[in-house]
Design a protein around this ligand. Structure first.
Ligand code: CA
Ligand code: CA
Length: 146
């Protein structure tokens, strides 16, 4: 079994998707998780490419957030779109990342992701409250590439 398949159990994945749905109940912002085995590219640059491939820059308010993980490389990147990056404190994503890393170091990947997603959702809620005509602009499912 490749690492990407054993990284999260299907139950873990369900928990993560539930966290995304939970977070998006309170905000117009959109959260996605993308998991990959490995990339030769710079992880930040690569996350930017994935962000584009997933069309995450097409949300109306530019408030998509991507959690990108390269499992074999032990790297992850959190990327917010322009709309949200204009609003959050400069160290918000670093702070979120550090919180998640505490769990990741213990191998608690699901817990780290769920907490990161809920923290991002809470921040999104402050700047982009849920609107009556809100739609699910980006899928809540975890996407993967190898
Ligand atoms: Ca939405
Ligand atoms: Ca969504």
């Amino acid at each position: 079994m490749s690492k990407i398949e054993s990284f999260l159990t299907s139950k873990d994945e369900e928990g993560i998707v539930s966290a995304i749905k939970e977070a998006e109940k309170n905000t117009s912002g959109e959260i996605r998780v993308h998991i990959e085995a490995h990339t030769d590219d710079d992880h930040y640059e690569h996350a930017l490419n994935i962000f584009g491939e997933l069309k995450m820059h097409e949300t109306e308010l530019r408030n998509g957030v991507l959690f990108y993980l390269a499992v074999n490389d032990h790297k992850f990147v959190i990327l917010g779109d322009q709309g949200i990056n204009d609003k959050v404190a400069d160290d918000f994503w670093d702070e979120t990342k550090e919180m998640m890393e505490v769990y990741f170091r213990k191998g608690e990947f699901k817990k780290g992701l769920v907490d990161g997603i809920l923290k991002a959702g809470n921040e999104l809620k402050t700047h982009f409250p849920h609107q009556a005509d809100d739609t699910d602009e980006l899928s809540n499912e975890i996407s993967k590439s190898s």
